[in-house]
Write a protein that binds this ligand. Sequence first.
Ligand code: BGC
Ligand code: ZN
Length: 363
Amino acid sequence: MQALAVIPSQKRLDLLDIPEPKLQGATDVLLKVHEVGLCGTDREIASFEYGDPPTGADHLILGHESLGEVVEVGQEVHSLRPGDLVVAMVRRPCPHAECRPCRAGRPDFCLTGDYTERGIKGADGFLTDYVVEDEEYLVKVPRALVDVAVLVEPLTVVAKAADQTHAIFNRLPYELGPQRGLVLGAGPIGLLGAMALVADGFETLVYSRDSEESKQAELVRSLGADYESSTSNPIESLADEWGEFDVVLEAVGFAPLMMAATQMLKPNAVVALTGVPPEAGTTELNAGRILRNLVLRNEVVFGTVNAGRRDHLSAIRHLEQFMILFPESVRQLITHRAPLDEVPQMLTKKRGIKEVVQVSHAA
Ligand code: BGC
Ligand code: ZN
């Protein structure tokens, strides 16, 4: 069968011929891969800036936003059977006995950094015809979601950010009133985040570099949210026009914008950072003002990466809700579907919102 892999030592991105995997352990599940979403992480790996092959291997099979169908299960698999649709979790725990989060099944909070991530770090991904995965890392998805379920993995990032935000709000000793949310960025995470905020009853504004006439802006308005382009309003004057926010969800990964996010807050408000900025690059800022505001206004800024099983279940529930509230907007997030052999072009030239690789067709 074929697999799309990077060979970092040769700076090569290519389709390889590899043997079909077989069930080994009793809790193994054989999956036929249907779809794989591509994101900025894949583009970084494809340009050899990020990502590591499995130990001892020279190549890394790409793809972490998966949707597959169960073909065969080991003797001890009880929660899944052939024909089930599943999304695979991305991160696998580190091996260290003292890492409490990994031992508790939450490698997304790993303390050692020795976790692996399928398609990203030390473990092969899903851009191939068949994969074997342990039952423990598979999450069943209702058939009714088949045409949008490839969005579950990016939505888990939003679901975890929402869960953490709720936990932070729980510290407040009074009943919260109506809330206002700001989303920075109109890529898949930002747009899914806007959907989650709208669905949760937030008055929502999305701010991004896409123009007011863009597909992204149109999609935001179709949710009943507001859209503002950075081309017409710099971030520094955003709060003057729109007021301050209870929650800011950042999904850009641009350091100056991430810093500016801390200046958009109401007292007691929260910023969730999900974009991964490049390490290089400094930015001039008024640290005194930023830190003074954080203290005098009880604000919280936190980062969040990856997601646990509970966030996957929450993402699926969110997606079901979105498909009731704004099904067309959800479908419009997926702007391209193309076969496996087109991945190299898809990864070098970004178009649209979410590009999806159609590895095989769902039954
Ligand atoms: C993936 C996460 C992963 C992160 C860091 C993201 O693109 O969606 O699952 O943890 O990259 O590697
Ligand atoms: Zn991703």
